[in-house]
Design a protein around this ligand. Sequence first.
Ligand SMILES: [Zn+2]
Length: 479
Amino acid sequence: MKKILFLVVSLYFLSFNSYSQKVDGGCNTRISSIQEEWLKSWVLKHADNYRNVKSGTIYMPIKAHIVGRDNGTGYYSLATLLQVICELNTRYQPVGFYFYLDPEINFIDNSLFYEDGSSQDAYNSMAANNVADEINMYFVQASPGLCGYYAPWLDCVCIIGSCGQPGGTTITHELGHFFSLPHTFNGWEGGNTPGPAQLELVNGSNCQTAGDYFCDTPADFLSYRWNCPYQGTQTDPTGTSYNPDPTFYMSYASDICTNRFSNLQIGAMQANANTRTTLINQGTPNMTIVTKLPTNCTPSNFDFDLIPNQTILRWTKPSNAAYSLVQLASFGGGAIIKEVITSDTFLVLNNLNASSPYQWRVRGFNVGYTCDNATMFSNWNTFSTGEVFNAVSNISNEKSIYAFKNGVGENCIAYYDNANTNIETAHVKVYNALGVLQLSKDLNFGINTLSEMNEMPAGTYFAFVERKGVRISQFKLVK
Ligand SMILES: [Zn+2]
């Protein structure tokens, strides 16, 4: 008997090796022994009456903890967070759960946590930052080998940002653990082999006491990421061919294969949620759908010379939106520099670079309806900060650079430098309203006609004059 078991186990490992090519990070989570005992007894009591727990929707708040580097960079996107909560609500609709966002986002600047979400630093930080009566969800850059995990001893989930993207099912899976669900391959985690009593037979005869204890999830021994449909040739210890179901969120089948919880899984999650009385009894969130755009956005349209350490963004919220999501980016479709969720209608930016172009946009939303809708963001509004005079006080005569239109309406830049007899060549770059570079050329001493702009469409342009790579002047040009 032992020999047979050994042979079977060896075959599994051979097969696993072929699947391990597709490893892209599982979660390695095992629910706690207390949860497992609770689950086993629940299954035995309720297997025939699994949807008796509570009718109606259960509303629960998510507390997002966004972990970044020590210098405050690398944050998981708040716009993405809104999208994935929207997706969660679609996937958990058959469960009867509805998640809403706690608008107080907790940003944690801790490089050690950010780079290894399963480090001691991470656990210490989670213990210090967890808040009561909410689903605590941490977003980090990496946790070696994992896409995310549920920490039973802290009762929170940790998500690797790249796995927590729209379309992925990592967050859905980890919340399954949060609500007591084991993997469908329970006991096989980390390449382990369950003992004979825990080894679920394909014929289902021991389904209530082995595997994940759910008789409506067939035997599954695949603790590595696998693609559907299952194409292996494994058998269970009785020699019965093995056919795992790839559609379960709690399996390790590829994200694109998974799309459901079983009825018993749903019943167990509902029962678990109902033990969390302070989590589930906080009322109904504001679920109003915001379809209108914010208005009166300032600065906009290439407003100039904003104070770098006190630029104030202002807008009018759509009337039915309680919150706004504001995004600041470098000009020209650059990376998002800052995202803020606020109930205010202004945002003070106090650490912008001097003499630099930026763009920003805003959308209204409510915490109970975070679904993305392209019409809800305003257009990108562009502006530029001015100079910090202390920093450029050695440039004494830059007023001798100016833009004007000549007699036939062409944009020109005059470049004089009266104090300097040894004139350095300057350089001009002209961008269109989308921040796309349209023209780059050297400026000669004297009048420079930007006749290249004659071919460009009418509109607003943005010109920077640089000398030795340092910006010395900037202009808004209208054509
Ligand atoms: Zn898992």
